[in-house]
Write a protein of this length. Sequence first.
Length: 319
Amino acid sequence: MGSVSKSSVLCVAEKGVETTVLSLAWIPSSARFTALGTGPKGNGVLSVYSLNGRELVETGSANHTRPFRCGTFDVCDVSERVYCCGDMSGGVSLWDVETLTQVLAFRAHEDVLNAIAGGGAGSSEILTGGRDGEVKLWDRRSPQSAIVRMFPEGGESRRDCWTVAHAGADARVVAAGFDNGDIKVFDLRNMKLSWETSLSRGVSTLLLRPSAGRGLQLVTGTVNGKLLQWSVDAPDKPVSAQLDKSTVWDTQVMQDDTLVSCLGSGALCVSQAAKDKVECVLSHQVSEPPLNSLAASKDKPGLVATSSFDKNIRIFFYT
């Protein structure tokens, strides 16, 4: 699966780390990013790195009693730079990344908190999905209880929620993907299940994104390497592409309709998501172990951070 365009992916920087990194995120309006995961002693580690030329420099880190699983900046004003983390025990904690101090913590799930998403810049909403099969919406200003809980009706089995997505405060749409291939889209404005579908394999990543002239799009990655896209307003037959035979660990918007995915084969894949098709336009082999996390910079389109199970963080630029 090679390139079908003249575009290329250039490695800007690379650094080996002691942490098993599970989530990356660019700090808004900066050339810095966070890396969080599990330390050598099984503790949680949140680190901040700065990109100085072609060198990655760790500028600070904080430890947590429980290993981290996921995180997002989309829960506050950009100026606050508060990072929201989910951990392996179902806890949520918010951190000031300038001082690396914890500013809030609460219990969200009874088991592993697999996925977390925010309502966007200026929002106080936190969406979580856990191994307990529940999807919950929280307001960080009053985290004593979830403002919305989504779980199976009586008699239905609870499936492991692997991924969640929030379309933003204006759209009032959230989505959840599960280990058995179920996808559920919720309308928060009318407090109802908007639509649902089921795939043959587990859903590993979800992305809700606006597309010019086409409304809100739901992008889904699966454990068998498939990338699919639906129109949320008219969810008939999706368009799809087979990126690989391995897991699509994460997919993010690089710019407009250009998406970037990290794969279980260790490859980085750039795709174009049009109305009538999704197409991989470039595949770049990064490592032999899986690429398990990525972060696409909103401030510098084309700049992408990745982590892999060989405990390396790499920065790439797509041109």
